[in-house]
Design a protein. Structure first.
Length: 205
């Protein structure tokens, strides 16, 4: 049953959804007080995140861009589904599409994203998943990590909320670095969500 006093959270995904699960478990365990994840939307069918949502008892929908004449229409539908369920805060969790201005306008300052690098470095178009970790290793960086930021009209841009750092080891491969960064993402994102929910609740009270 929906808690009318909670901040409604919606999540957008494109893949496996491990960060979505980290958020959902944190909310369920009371580590994000005053929050309720009300809807997961995937832009792709048959992805792992949908299985996770079923297992966690969270409503999930597949909304595919190809069903719409353009991306603005796609995002209008996504926004409508979120608004229908009282979503006030949106989390991108491995969501690979660029967020369009019409969606940002409806949730301005209330869209969080997590990126597997220390922004502003290694962000932008094409910088996702293993592409990021390959670039970090190729550049000889000694440190990487993850960043939670507010989403604006540019890829991997907007105010930074939190970061977590990991060392890049001489023996690292993109896979080994990705695994350590992902472990940090699963800790960082729930804490960033907790802070954002607290901030919103204060603003709404």
């Amino acid at each position: 049953m929906t808690d009318p006093g909670a901040i409604g959270v919606g999540v957008l995904v494109s893949g496996g959804g491990s960060n979505f699960e980290a958020l959902a478990v944190a909310v369920r365990e009371g580590r994000v007080p005053g929050a309720e994840i009300r809807l997961l939307i995937s832009n792709k069918p048959a992805v792992g995140a949908l299985d996770r949502a079923r297992r966690l008892g969270i409503e999930a929908l597949v909304v595919e861009p190809r069903e719409f004449p353009n991306r603005a229409a796609f995002y209008d539908r996504v926004a409508a589904e979120f608004e229908r369920r009282g979503v006030q805060l949106v989390c991108l969790a491995g969501f690979l599409l660029k967020v369009e201005p019409n969606f940002i306008a409806k949730f301005r300052g209330r869209i969080l994203n997590i990126h597997p690098a220390l922004l502003p470095q290694y962000g932008g178009a094409g910088m996702y998943g293993h592409h990021v970790h390959e670039a970090v290793i190729k550049a000889g960086e000694r440190e990487s990590g993850c960043t939670v930021h507010i989403v604006d009209e540019e890829f991997d841009h907007g105010p930074i909320r939190m970061q977590s750092r990991v060392s890049v080891l001489p023996v690292d491969t993109p896979d080994s670095l990705a695994a350590r960064v992902l472990a940090q993402e699963h800790k960082l994102y729930p804490e960033a969500l907790r802070r954002e929910v607290e901030y919103l609740r204060k603003g709404l009270s």
